[in-house]
Design a protein around this ligand. Structure first.
Ligand code: KIV
Length: 306
């Protein structure tokens, strides 16, 4: 059963639905692929309306929406809850569910079942998982089950504790080589695209040239096949941790505080609600109401229950 509702018109006009195939064609034409994260109905609608190719319901949800210090705490149930809302808001972009920490690492059966839940219960059309050669077999098994997989190499936040922090990856010759081998293994496993996160520009461009599938960069420079940003970074809604690559296109946090403070000021000054925010009762009905209640007791006596 798909979680996608019937009757929601595409807010991005008549442009055709993005699929893994149309994404591959865009890549073949040499056109940059655009991806953004979204976490709920309004953000999904905005990203769809902006004409973005792919939406990732990222496990960055843990940090930028749920307030955790890193991505490790978010669960399958939480990811599915948000993915369902995204699929109700977006029609045209390819929808990708991010497999959270411990949803695919322990065994192949668990990985396939959890990947399947994103499609079956939340209206997603693909999944993403983190890691290189160690997860290549898992990716292959999920693809064999009919589920498109996006890989993710470089800085993989779910391995924060083994990486020793939020560090750029592939800065030495051996680690750049390891990164290339990871990327090639994921392509061989059948991934339709790869996220390259926090990788030196030259390394990311080289990996991109060596692959047939598109690379989607975040902190990986301009030589990748496409770009992804965390929506909350782009909107200026998250300031606990702002990486160098997170360009802000808006400052919504101060706008939110400003709007809430203006509301408070108007309520306290009895300026809100005004006439235009208020419902009226016709005069005749009002008089009838007053007449009917004229002799009625105005308040219940103390201690009387209804
Ligand atoms: O969870 C996320 O938002 C991601 C992107 C940074 C690619 O994985």
């Amino acid at each position: 059963m798909s979680a996608k509702p019937q009757g929601l018109e595409s807010s991005s006009g008549n442009r055709p639905k993005v699929t893994v195939l149309s994404l591959a064609e865009k890549h073949r034409r040499g056109e940059p692929i655009t991806m953004l994260t979204a976490y709920d109905y309004p953000t999904a609608r905005a990203v769809d309306e902006a004409g973005i190719d792919a939406i990732l319901v990222g496990d960055s949800l843990a940090m930028v929406v749920l307030g955790h210090p890193n991505t490790l705490a978010v669960t399958m149930e939480e990811m599915l809850h948000h993915a369902r809302a995204v699929s109700r808001g977006a029609r045209r972009p390819l929808l990708i569910g991010d497999m959270p920490f411990m949803s695919y690492q322990s065994d192949a059966g668990q990985a396939i079942r959890n990947a399947g839940r994103f499609l079956q219960e939340a209206g997603m059309e693909a999944v993403k998982l983190e890691g290189g050669r160690p997860v290549a077999e898992t990716a292959r098994n999920i693809v064999r089950a009919g589920i498109p997989v996006m890989g993710h190499v470089g800085l993989t936040p779910q391995s924060l504790n083994t990486l020793g922090g939020w560090r750029v990856q592939g800065r030495s010759a051996p680690s750049a080589r390891a990164l290339l081998d990871d990327a090639l293994a994921l392509e061989d496993a059948g991934c339709f695209a790869l996220v390259l996160e926090s990788v030196p520009e030259r390394v990311a461009a080289h990996v991109t040239e060596r692959l047939g599938i598109p690379t989607i960069g975040i902190g990986a420079g301009a030589g990748t096949s496409g770009q992804v940003l965390v929506l909350s970074d782009l909107l200026g809604l998250y300031d606990r941790f702002t990486p160098k690559f997170a360009k802000r296109y808006a400052e919504l946090a101060p706008a939110m505080v400003g709007a809430a403070a203006a509301y408070r000021t108007e309520v306290e000054a009895r300026q809100f609600p005004a006439r235009e925010h208020t419902y009226a009762i016709p005069d005749e009905e009002w008089r009838g109401f007053l007449a009917a209640t004229e002799n009625a007791p105005t308040k219940l006596a103390k201690g009387t229950s209804r």
